[in-house]
Each structure stands twice: as structure tokens, then as C-alpha cells.
Design a binder for this molecule. Structure first.
Ligand code: CP
Ligand code: NVA
Length: 307
């Protein structure tokens, strides 16, 4: 049974194989209408159940389109309208969905909940974001970086802002794919120390910066995300602490001239990023968003043992 709860569940070799597959399949179906299945329809007849306990635009649409392009279908469950939302246990939900669907994708709060789902499921479980991590997003990010002509080993990635779930998966990816991460976060908003320790043990250089300029200096890729993640309260103290880490044109100019700007979206223009950066020439955010489809097709093929 292959679950994809974090990138380490697959490992570096499988992540590399999935990225290659995503790039090839994307190129092979260029020009086809988005709802058309790939000619080989490798997941024909398979059903993906998606459980959302948090909001989503990209994850929801991209998994739906991804499974369709692979020849399968999806069922979407919003927690507010399911029995899970009324207190049915995660274990029983896992057992039932395993009888009705061939794989389960879940977006939830506590990472322990998706681990519990996977423990009781008899079909593969995919993490569509938890408070701890967002591995599917980072698959799309890595695909985008590769498509823009940058190799992963030795890449210098600068993260600015909150030490959140997206950063945790970037740090995890750094250990697996041998790139470096400069983390520019204010005191008290650091990311998961266990993930950092694992990445460093695998040979990645992870550095902590208390000023945005030193984090970004000479970076190949500059990444940020919302300062307030889903489930977190809007606290003015946090917004004030984050303000010096805004990615604006002056900060972007400190990175390499060919540096890419990435953001998983949704973005808050004027907070973590300025309009000039996200809509500017170095921004690859729309490729990144589209790649959610292509990268997740490869994740789906991997959990079904096809990669
Ligand atoms: N980036 C991302 O996961 O977007 P959604 O919250 O819209 O799914
Ligand atoms: N860190 C953000 C990512 C949204 C896709 C959140 O968890 O809300």
C-alpha cells in the first residue's frame, strides 16, 4: 500500500521519477481539451474520493481534472455536509471510503488525522494539505522550477514570511532532492524543527535568517505564502512581525536576475507579496498553479504502483 502523506513516503528517486513523468505527460497532451483523457487512460475506472475539511480551489479542481485525464473519476466530500463533520469517526470513514473508492485524498487540520485515515484505509491516501505539510504543492513547485530550466541539486531557494506547512514540505524536498533553503522568518514563526533536522541530515543546507535581504541574496527561487494560514486567527501582532518579510520589487532585486518567484496561492497582494512581483516578469505562479494537475497525475500514478 502506497500512501502519499509526505514526500518522504515516496523518497527522492520516486519524486524524481514522478517529476519526469509529469513533465512528459504534460507535453504529450499539449493542445488537448482539458477534460479529455490521455490516450492511454492509465487509471481508467478508478475512483478518487476527496475529503475537504478546509477550503480549496486549486487542490479540488486539479485533482478532479487530474483523475479525469487519467481516465478515472472523482467524488468530492465537504466535511460540512458529511457524517465525518457530524462526528463519525475517521476510522469508520476510512473503512467505508475504502469499499467505495480506489484512493482517498484528504485536506484537514491536524496531520495526525490523515495518518489515522491512512492507518484504517485499505486504499492509498494522499495528503491534500494538513497543518504540517503540503507535499502535492511542492511536487508542482519542483516541476515548475525544472520547466524553467533550473536543476534541483544545489538550487538556492529563499522562503520569506511564515514558517508554515508549505515551507515544511519545501524543507523536506530539499533533503530528498539536494537543494538548499534560506528561511527568512521572524522570531517565533519558525517551521518544523524535525523536518529541518531530517533535511540537514540528508545533506541539504538549511539556514535561518532574521532579515529578508540576507535570505534572498543570490537566490535562484524566491517563495512566499499567506501570513495567515487556514485555521489560524488574524492577529495584528503576527501581521506586524511579518511585514519586513514582504516580497516586493526591492527585495526581489536582491535575488539572482533570473530568479523565479513562486507562491502556492491564494495570494494577498500588498501583504506577503506586492502586485509588481506576483504579476511581474519573474513570477511563475500561473505555471505553478497549472502544474498542480500534472504533478498530481504522477502522484496518483505512483500510489497506484504505475511509477
Ligand atoms: N495552493 C493550494 O493548495 O490552493 P487551494 O487552497 O486553492 O487548494
Ligand atoms: N499555508 C496555506 C496554504 C494554502 C494553500 C494554508 O495552510 O492555508
Amino acid at each position: 500500500m502506497r500512501h502519499f502523506l509526505n514526500l518522504a513516503d515516496a523518497g527522492g528517486n520516486a519524486v524524481a521519477a514522478m517529476l519526469g513523468d509529469a513533465i512528459d505527460r504534460k507535453a504529450a497532451r499539449a493542445g488537448l481539451p482539458k477534460g479529455c483523457a490521455d490516450p492511454d487512460a492509465p487509471l481508467a475506472g478508478r475512483v478518487l474520493a476527496m475529503v475537504f475539511e478546509k477550503s480549496s480551489t486549486r487542490t479540488r479542481v486539479s485533482f478532479d481534472i487530474a483523475i479525469r485525464q487519467l481516465g478515472g473519476t472523482a467524488v468530492v466530500l465537504d466535511s460540512g455536509t458529511t457524517q465525518l463533520g457530524r462526528g463519525e469517526t475517521v476510522a469508520d470513514t476510512a473503512r467505508v471510503l475504502s469499499r467505495m473508492a480506489d484512493a482517498i485524498m484528504m485536506r484537514t487540520h491536524d496531520h495526525a488525522k490523515i495518518e489515522e485515515l491512512a492507518h484504517h484505509a485499505s486504499v492509498p491516501v494522499i495528503n491534500g494539505l494538513t497543518d504540517l505539510s503540503h507535499p502535492c504543492q511542492i511536487m508542482a513547485d519542483l516541476q515548475t522550477v525544472l520547466e524553467h530550466g533550473k536543476a534541483l541539486p544545489g538550487l538556492e531557494v529563499a522562503w520569506l514570511g511564515d514558517g508554515n506547512n508549505v515551507l515544511n514540505s519545501i524543507v523536506e524536498a530539499a533533503g530528498l532532492m539536494k537543494f538548499n533553503v534560506r528561511i527568512g522568518v521572524p522570531q517565533g514563526y519558525e517551521s518544523d524543527s524535525g523536518m529541518i533536522a531530517l533535511a540537514e541530515a540528508a545533506g541539504a543546507r538549511i539556514s535561518l535568517h532574521r532579515d529578508a535581504q540576507s535570505a534572498v541574496a543570490g537566490a535562484d527561487v524566491v517563495v512566499t505564502d499567506t501570513w495567515i494560514s487556514m485555521g489560524q486567527a488574524h492577529v495584528s501582532e503576527k501581521l506586524a512581525a511579518m511585514a519586513p518579510f514582504q516580497v516586493n520589487e526591492a527585495l526581489m532585486a536582491q535575488a539572482r536576475p533570473d530568479a523565479l518567484f513562486l507562491h502556492c496561492l491564494p495570494a494577498h497582494r500588498g501583504e506577503e507579496v506586492t502586485e509588481g512581483v506576483i504579476d511581474g516578469r519573474q513570477s511563475a505562479v500561473w505555471d505553478e498553479a497549472e502544474n498542480r494537475i500534472h504533478a498530481q497525475k504522477s502522484v496518483l500514478r505512483w500510489v497506484f504502483g504505475q511509477i
